[in-house]
Design a binder for this molecule. Structure first.
Ligand SMILES: C[S@@+](CC[C@H](N)C(=O)[O-])C[C@H]1O[C@@H](n2cnc3c(N)ncnc32)[C@H](O)[C@@H]1O
Length: 392
């Protein structure tokens, strides 16, 4: 897919930023002998302090940014999530809530507001985001929307100890760095990054070590013949990352919402060009080198891998369902039906939000919700309508 020409032109400031990140990438590639893993590229392009997409000041989320997420575009998403959180906090007799990757802070504000309305506020609302740059925006969003609740919010530099309560993460798993691979005449080859003609380019090398073992494992699990030239992604760091997050949870529930699939569908032979997706000014494409540092780079989530990583970390897979069913289980229908005090435009907007979040052709089925629990046996309302764990 050739897309660069369709993107809006860069400002002088953006060009200078892209050039600085380019230098950083070129140096890294040269330091590593002319080739880096794709995950290293993604890590630098997204999170390099002061330069990476999420770490360098520009507005990313929302109408004025590059993409929108469910909480950005539809506040009723966060209200439904609050219903699930309230249920868990009540069952536990109170607790803390940790949000990973809080983005612009809109979900935190809406969650806290709805939890307050339900008299189910967490003792403390922790936020942990790799982007220090986003903290200021999150603080401003919370100070403007729920100033009275700001004192409950605490920004963390590392995972907390022995958290009792909830961990929530919307569209964070897709932002973790992945490896890319291609199958050539039955062999697994790593798709890494080299530097050519003044920019990063794809470069193949024989896969070894962890990548080779992981891809062979996927092939055995999925049990289908991938066609020659088959490309896909795999997150080699997921197990370690999830083990660290799980280690912070002493008792309670972790909720992940993201776009993704069970392994068998993710790695089906038909999905032969991978799941990499880049967002820039509300256009999406699959070229991670088009605008390093100025565009989001994501990959779909293999939810089977997340469930396995959770189990390996001692957690139970307590629920897996589509976003639509998760929201229905958490009362989106009631929110839409309750139009008290809303004018016509607000009612129409609420219905539009619900459709966007739940219709299969919109976000309803592409996005999934997964619950991992520790020492928590009570049913979870969001997963009661449709249980898809057997598909994992
Ligand atoms: C696509 S944005 C989603 C933001 C927000 N959750 C939403 O739904 O609007 C991804 C967010 O995850 C953060 N992030 C990425 N990797 C992370 C990690 N390992 N730990 C915590 N936050 C992370 C990014 O900085 C960013 O805020």
């Amino acid at each position: 897919m050739s897309v660069a020409l369709e993107l809006p032109p860069l400002t002088a400031e953006e060009s200078a930023h892209a050039a600085r990140l380019g230098e950083r990438l070129r140096d890294e590639i040269s330091r590593c002998g002319g080739w880096i893993d794709f995950s290293r590229y993604m890590q630098i392009a997204l999170y390099e302090p002061g330069l990476g997409y999420y770490s360098a000041g520009a507005r990313k989320l929302g109408e004025a940014g590059d993409f929108i997420t469910a909480p950005e575009v539809a506040p009723v998403f966060s209200r439904c999530l609050a219903v699930q959180c309230a249920e868990v906090l009540r069952t536990l007799g109170g607790g803390d809530l940790l949000e990973l990757g809080a983005g612009s802070g809109v979900m935190a504000a809406a969650l806290l507001e709805e939890l307050e309305r339900r008299d189910a506020l967490p003792r403390r609302y922790f936020i942990l985001d790799v982007s220090a740059d986003l903290r200021q925006r999150q603080r401003e969003a919370l100070a403007s929307a729920v100033p009275r609740l700001l004192e409950r919010v605490e920004w963390l530099d590392r995972l907390p100890d022995a958290l009792e309560g909830l961990v929530v993460a919307n569209e964070v798993l897709d932002a973790l760095a992945v490896e890319r691979f291609v199958i050539r005449e039955g062999a697994v080859r790593a798709l890494g990054v080299a530097w050519q003609h003044g920019g990063p380019v794809w470069s193949e090398a024989p896969a070894g070590g962890r990548l080779l073992a992981a891809v062979r494992h996927l092939q055995r699990e999925v049990g289908v013949e991938w066609p020659d030239g088959y490309v896909s992604e795999v997150n080699l760091g997921l197990g370690e990352w999830l083990a660290a997050v799980a280690g912070a949870l002493a008792r309670g529930v972790m909720l992940f919402v993201d776009y993704g699939l069970p392994r068998r569908e993710y790695y089906s032979a038909e999905r032969s060009s991978g799941t990499l997706l880049c967002h820039c000014r509300h256009r999406f494409h699959d070229d991670p080198f088009a605008r390093p540092g100025l565009q989001d780079v994501t990959a779909w989530v293999d939810f089977t891998a997340v469930a396995e990583a959770g189990q390996a970390a001692g957690l139970e897979v307590a629920g897996y369902t589509t976003q639509a069913h998760f929201l229905i289980g958490n009362g989106i229908g009631e929110f839409v039906a309750d139009v008290t005090g809303l004018d016509v435009a607000e009612r129409v907007n609420l219905s539009r939000q619900a459709m966007l979040l739940t219709l299969p052709g919109e976000m309803g089925e592409r996005f999934k919700a997964l619950a991992l629990t520790r020492s928590y046996d009570a049913p979870l309302g969001g997963f009661a309508v449709r249980d898809l764990r057997h598909t994992l």
